[in-house]
Design a protein around this ligand. Structure first.
Ligand SMILES: [Zn+2]
Ligand SMILES: [Zn+2]
Length: 269
């Protein structure tokens, strides 16, 4: 066979071998993608134990209004999680010539103060971007074609946090990576951020208000009731972590008292 026929294949194979052998590729997109899946599953599984066995302490702290079918939500969620996360290494391989120059590095690690500042910045920036991406996804065709899938779960379990259309998953990944890319952070900060982000994602959909949850110590953090109310009333609470954008722009729910009840995890009448 004409050797020229093989040439493009050989070139793409060389590219794959070279990219996957690059230590920064292994430390940045590959490890981050792996941590993203494993940490999400770890957090979601902890909450799933509450869903499947419903111990008395969890039943009394449930903030759901309707009974969910956890088995059904997990079946759908895991299938979506697997499909969407397969896109990460594939996309990173194709975009590596660009991503390699993003500034995210595996050089000397920062001190604790810089580490903490970076994580705080990622949280604030992602929250701001999430608000706007989320509002856009509630507009007409974007809602019908993309975001409606996530809202199929009117009452949620932790695994609902993985139940997205691939386009929404891509947008949320870009929003999560914006801070690390802007600051050219160390991969350690990226790993910590990915784990924290997945914890918050699972927790905001978990359906329980657990007062001892360390995330409640984050200043202004509103907990699972805040996003839970969004799934019940999709015109309010577009933020994920903090309420300030919803407050500023008047999207923080028609009844603040009701909203606060959800936040506190108390029973709704
Ligand atoms: Zn949600
Ligand atoms: Zn929504």
């Amino acid at each position: 066979m004409d050797p020229a026929f093989h040439y493009p294949l050989q070139r793409s194979w060389n590219y794959l071998v070279q990219t996957w052998a690059d230590p920064l590729f292994q430390a940045f997109p590959l490890t981050a993608a792996l941590l993203s899946v494993l940490s999400f599953l770890a957090f979601a599984l902890l909450y799933a134990i509450l869903d499947f066995f419903t111990p008395a302490f969890a039943a009394s702290r449930s903030i759901r209004k309707i009974k969910i079918d956890p088995g059904e939500q997990w079946k759908e969620g895991i299938r979506t999680l697997a499909t969407n996360h397969a896109l990460l290494p594939a996309g990173a391989t194709v975009l590596w010539p660009l991503l390699r120059h993003s500034g995210i590095h595996d050089g000397p690690a920062p001190g604790i103060p810089i580490f903490a500042l970076h994580i705080a910045f990622f949280l604030l920036l992602d929250d701001f971007l999430f608000y706007w991406v989320h509002r856009l996804l509630h507009v007409g065709v974007f809602y019908r074609k993309i975001h409606a899938k996530h809202h199929e779960h009117r009452d949620v379990s932790a695994v609902s946090a993985a139940y997205f259309h691939p386009a929404e998953y891509l947008l949320l990944t870009l929003s999560t990576l914006a801070g690390p890319i802007l600051l050219g952070t160390h991969v350690y900060c990226l790993y910590a951020w990915v784990i924290l982000r997945q914890w918050i994602a699972a927790e905001s959909h978990c359906g329980y208000y657990l007062p001892w949850n360390p995330l409640n110590r984050l200043p202004f953090y509103r907990g699972p009731g805040f996003h839970g109310l969004h799934h019940e009333k999709p015109g309010v609470n577009f933020g994920m972590f903090f309420p300030y954008m919803d407050r500023l722009l008047g999207t923080d729910g028609k009844s603040r008292a009701r909203n606060l009840l959800w936040t506190a995890g108390k029973t709704l009448k």
